[in-house]
Design a protein around this ligand. Structure first.
Ligand code: SF4
Length: 122
């Protein structure tokens, strides 16, 4: 079964034709470099995504801090991780790079702050 995909790894956006062979192997053509073939094989076998979101901050000058995952996680974990992110809060001050949740849901990825929030002045 052949399917066409657009590679998202670089701006060249190659059109990849992936053919899933009867033995489960994936034959790839149209890729301008090996990274495209690797990406589509991973996408077909174990797709991964990353998340950017925000977390509530207690005692901060802002009520939320932006966060992202330190590495992509399996697609099936995205919604459970989003639920976990909604459940937690961080205590101000928060600095860029602070780990808000370490190894979230044993995914191997940390939820890290991508901005800073100072503590509220009394
Ligand atoms: S196949 Fe390679 S050259 Fe083509 S878009 Fe993907 S990464 Fe870029």
């Amino acid at each position: 079964m052949k399917k066409i995909y657009t590679c998202i790894i670089c701006p060249r956006s190659c059109e990849l034709e992936a053919d899933i062979l009867p033995d489960g192997q994936v034959s790839v053509s149209g890729n301008g470099c090996p990274r495209g073939a690797e990406w589509i094989r991973n996408e077909l076998s174990d797709p991964k995504r990353t998340i950017a979101s925000s977390v509530l901050v207690e005692g901060g000058e802002k009520e939320i801090v932006s966060v992202r995952l330190s590495s992509p996680v399996p697609l099936r974990m995205i919604f459970p991780i989003m639920d976990e992110i909604r459940r937690v809060s961080a205590k101000a001050p928060v600095s860029i790079g602070d780990i808000i949740i370490r190894d979230v849901l044993s995914s191997g990825a940390d939820v890290i702050a991508t901005s800073s929030v100072l503590a509220k002045k009394e």
